[in-house]
Every structure is written in structure tokens, then in C-alpha cells.
Write a protein that binds this ligand. Structure first.
Ligand code: PNS
Length: 159
């Protein structure tokens, strides 16, 4: 079985993430979407909330599973029999950092990274921009799945 992982913070999941996840799912037997617990950042959504949002948003893709991890992604790959990491590349601005990470992960653990070029529809999109716009009353419908839109409004209303 060819199992790959799409790692990320997913705070929150956007339509850009879903594009990469669904395309990875078309190409592999199983895609594990692994939500990173980053202890040095304060997220808008807890890790459990991010996992739940991803579960709902990917519920129609049968070969996608959601999990969470902390520590190194290469250790997660080894522990879960995962052969490669799949990442989206939005623009050249993503490239330098992603290349370094991919080379480090291959150098340290022999884990490959596969890149999906983001659909131009979502090339500008990031979780941070969605949060910034939504926080100041911007309309982010069409950029995130419905379930995120509902939860985002509620969370930001709490202040
Ligand atoms: O959605 P993000 O925040 O851009 O995702 C970044 C993420 C979680 C994919 C990346 O930071 C990562 O893989 N972190 C796990 C820790 C790790 O393995 N770091 C070394 C990478 S060379």
C-alpha cells in the first residue's frame, strides 16, 4: 500500500489545502493528513478542533484519514509506514523553504517529498490571510469549506 502524508498546521483548513489533499488522494492508496502540534505558536483553533474540521471537510474522500503529530515529521513517517510527504507549492516564494525542508528530511531519514503545484485559483490563499480577513469583517466564503466558515465566525465573535 502506498501511504503518504500531508502535514501542516491547518489553522484552519482552506480550499487550497483541500485541493492538494484530494489530488494526493487520487494518486495514492491512502493519504494521512497530519496536524502538527506546534508548541511555539498559539493557534486560533485547538488541535482537536483542527482535526474535527479536517474530518468534516474531507468526509467525502474515502482514502483520507486525519491524525495529529508532534516532533519531527520524518519520525511520524517511520512510525506509520509512510513513504513520502506531499506538499503544495503555491508560488516561487514557497520554494526555497520547502526545498530546504525536503532536502533535510531526505538527508536525515531518506523520506521523500512530492510537490503538487497549487491550482492557480488558490495560489494566493493561506490560513493566515483567511484569519486576518475574517477578523476584520472580510468575506472569506468561497475560500474555506462551509464547516470552517461557520466555526470561524463563532470563534472570532468570541473576541
Ligand atoms: O502549515 P504549515 O505551518 O506551513 O506546516 C509546516 C509543517 C508542520 C509541515 C512543518 O513545519 C513540519 O513538518 N513540522 C514538523 C517538525 C519537523 O519535522 N521539522 C523539520 C522539518 S525539516
Amino acid at each position: 500500500m502506498r501511504r503518504v502524508v500531508c502535514p501542516g498546521s491547518f489553522d484552519p483548513v482552506t480550499n487550497g489545502h483541500l485541493d492538494v489533499i484530494s489530488r494526493a488522494a487520487n494518486l495514492h492508496d491512502e493519504v494521512v493528513v497530519a496536524v502538527f502540534r506546534n508548541t511555539s505558536k498559539t493557534p486560533l483553533f485547538t488541535i482537536e478542533e483542527r482535526v474535527d474540521l479536517l474530518r468534516e471537510a474531507t468526509s467525502k474522500i474515502p482514502n483520507v484519514r486525519i491524525d495529529k503529530f508532534e516532533g519531527l515529521i520524518v519520525d511520524y513517517c517511520k512510525a506509520n509506514d509512510i513513504s513520502a510527504i506531499v506538499k503544495g507549492l503555491r508560488a516561487v516564494t514557497d520554494f526555497d523553504y520547502e526545498m530546504q525542508m525536503a532536502q533535510m528530511n531526505y538527508n536525515q531519514a531518506g523520506v521523500e517529498t512530492l510537490f503538487v503545484i497549487t491550482n492557480p485559483l488558490w495560489a494566493f490563499l493561506s490560513s493566515s490571510l483567511v484569519k486576518d480577513f475574517a477578523r476584520f469583517g472580510g468575506d472569506v466564503s468561497g475560500l474555506v469549506p462551509e464547516v470552517v466558515l461557520d466555526r470561524l465566525a463563532g470563534r472570532l465573535a468570541q473576541g
